[in-house]
Design a protein around this ligand. Structure first.
Ligand SMILES: Cc1cc2nc3c(=O)[nH]c(=O)nc-3n(C[C@H](O)[C@H](O)[C@H](O)COP(=O)(O)O)c2cc1C
Length: 343
């Protein structure tokens, strides 16, 4: 029998008992402080703000036009995606999810990367003190001829270079670091060396590979300008789903000022609190080139593996298509602030 998304979520709720409530509205309220786990760190403010920041915006409906079949495709890291939504790196099947429902690290990595690939887009793999985590991600990438991105922890430079080389060998389309992990509590507890990076250090990492380099975890226009100076190909505006630093603003709050600084100079990816295709449209309107989604896709992974992730992504795609028709946007490039109701 073919699964549908409702069944995927019901199964996820069952499998994730004691780890994640699979709330109808994944907004960070009941899981505040559950790190490791699914929540945001401390008071959960960063996670909650991500969701609230997108909800501050409403969409302007426009229906007198001839946009019947909008083109949702876009290009990221030299490949064409069917729609501008990527699976964010979500790692730690054991640490964060206690292998709920029997899902192992390789299963989780494959669900995210394979499901995204099957939906016509890209998945990212994460990294952790336990080398098994990265290895599982690399194996998932190999199964789709490298059709994905490896995000490495901000370890000492030489260790990052070695991890980059492994990603190259797996055929990854791009590599990068989640620089915001420099202060992650579970990393610190594990005595794992993670550190902020200078522009010079970043430039050296960028130059150590021929692959596009992604800097994930920026929240200010200043840092984005420094990323351009360092020569990165893409940034991810992200507060790690509110899991690193308590009391951060929502990512959609900082997106417009960062886009004003670097739009057109590098690819702007965005994550945090995106929960529908309508949210995707808002993020694109505020200046993102493409959007990434973490928790809801990992929940779908626990309910239905790669098939679950594909189904969830396809729902976002359908919602984005409807939203583009109802706001009169024929293509991704045509999306701008006019789709937002500004009072
Ligand atoms: C359980 C969990 C594990 C994560 N693991 C990683 C990781 O290994 N590397 C990384 O760069 N980000 C990681 N993230 C952050 C996500 O990539 C992403 O930035 C965040 O989840 C986006 O917010 P959202 O979940 O509201 O969509 C993780 C997030 C969660 C919830």
């Amino acid at each position: 029998m073919k699964m549908d998304l409702k069944e995927v979520l019901n199964r996820a709720r069952e499998n994730l008992k004691g780890v994640c409530r699979v709330c109808r509205d994944c907004d960070g309220v009941v899981c505040a402080g559950e790190v490791p786990g699914m929540g945001g760190i401390g008071t959960g403010t960063g996670f909650k703000n991500n969701v609230l920041a997108l909800r501050k915006y409403q969409l302007n409906m426009r229906t007198v036009h001839s946009v019947v079949e909008p083109d949702l495709s876009c290009e990221v890291f030299g490949v064409k995606l069917e729609f501008p939504v990527l699976a964010a790196p979500v790692a730690g099947a054991k640490l964060n999810f206690s292998n709920a429902g029997g899902l192992t690290e390789p299963d989780l990595a494959w669900a995210m990367v394979g499901g995204a690939y099957q939906a016509g887009t890209l998945g990212m793999i994460g990294h952790a003190p336990d080398p098994f985590v990265y290895k599982s991600g690399l194996e998932a990438l190999e199964r789709v001829d490298g059709h994905g991105v490896a995000i490495i922890k901000p370890m000492p430079d030489q260790d990052i270079k070695e991890a980059i080389q492994e990603a190259e060998e797996a055929g990854a389309l791009a590599v990068g670091i989640d620089i915001d992990s420099a202060g992650l509590i579970n990393m610190r507890r594990a005595g794992y060396p993670a550190e902020p990076k200078s522009v010079d250090s970043l430039r050296e990492l960028v130059n150590s590979t021929s692959l596009p380099f992604v800097l994930k975890g920026l929240m200010t226009p200043d840092d984005a300008a420094l990323a351009v100076q360092a020569g990165v190909s893409a940034i991810v505006i992200s507060n790690h789903g509110g899991r690193c630093l308590d009391h951060t603003p929502g990512t959609a709050d900082v997106l417009p000022s960062i886009a004003a600084e670097v739009k057109g100079k590098i690819t702007i990816l965005f994550d945090g609190g995106v929960r529908s295709g309508f949210d995707v449209l808002k993020a694109l309107a505020l200046g993102a080139d493409a959007v990434m989604i973490g928790r809801p896709l990992s929940i779908a992974a626990f309910g239905g593996g790669a098939e679950g992730v594909r189904l969830q992504l396809e729902q976002y795609k359908d919602e984005l298509e409807a939203a583009m028709i109802l706001t009169g946007c024929p293509s991704i490039e045509s999306i701008g602030r006019r789709v937002l109701w500004e009072g």
